[in-house]
Design a protein around this ligand. Sequence first.
Ligand code: M3P
Ligand code: FE
Length: 314
Amino acid sequence: MGILRIGHASLKVMDLAAAQQHYEKVLGLKTVMKDKAGNAYLKCWDEWDKFSLILTPSDQAGLNHLAYKVEKDEDLDTLQQRIEQWGVKTQFLPEGTLPSTGRMLQFNLPSGHEMRLYAHKEYVGTDVGTTNPDPWPDDIRGSGVHWLDHALLMCELNPAEGINKVEENTRFMKEALDFFLTEQVMVGPEGSIQAATWLARTTTPHDIAFVGGPRCGLHHIAFFLDSWNDVLKSADVMAKNKVRIDVAPTRHGITRGETIYFFDPSGNRNETFAGLGYLAQRDRPVTTWTEDRLGSGIFYHTGDLVPSFTEVYT
Ligand code: M3P
Ligand code: FE
């Protein structure tokens, strides 16, 4: 019961054709449909629901909304009550508001990001099917990402003004949506300020993460790969396609992910990463990163904080 996993991200892009080319050729998603308004819907080969990425033509980059799938339709009613009781307003968007998708519960996180929950999306199957499946399909392109795995949202953090949307979002996700905290970054006097958090519903180290910054935005959406070798190959694909790489392959201390960051043509940051990190469990002790070791948390090898990594986002 409750939230299963991330379902899709809806992104604003400035040049739809260039964006589609990027997500298809570099990451390996396929476009499954376009609607009359000109939005493109894409999916990864190892996903079974109709789409996990919506690209919306716009005059700027950024996130429209992030959607999570719940197990049963009635979970939406239960969660609506809990979310409203927590103090967040919600509304239902009727079935068909998004193609092939059932009714959606829409609300804003305390940080302002739009989130939607839904129970139904058309089942189309993975590219290898369910009967005697091959480990991967023949027509894999580019990085061949398996699935949309998580998103990292930037939230307003201004301790001088008493604003900490990381902490508020984290409490909301735990108390209203039953996520559990896996890792956190504590800064400031006696490490009293929760400046970043990683939260899970599944058994992976995070299904969503929040990092404090000057304003609300999207830091990245991340796609899953099997192995470190696949991350290296993903970087090769990016070099071949002149993709703007943000951080070359390395490892996070936080979540233990093996990772590369890069930008889509509109400047939305993407991550392809490998390694399930560890088996996240509700009773697993929370990992805390202190301000003096924050660099190692983000980039484990060098331990160097790269300002552009947290300062540049859409
Ligand atoms: C991840 C991850 C930051 C750390 C990011 C970590 C932005 O993206 O997948 O573990 O500080
Ligand atoms: Fe990530």
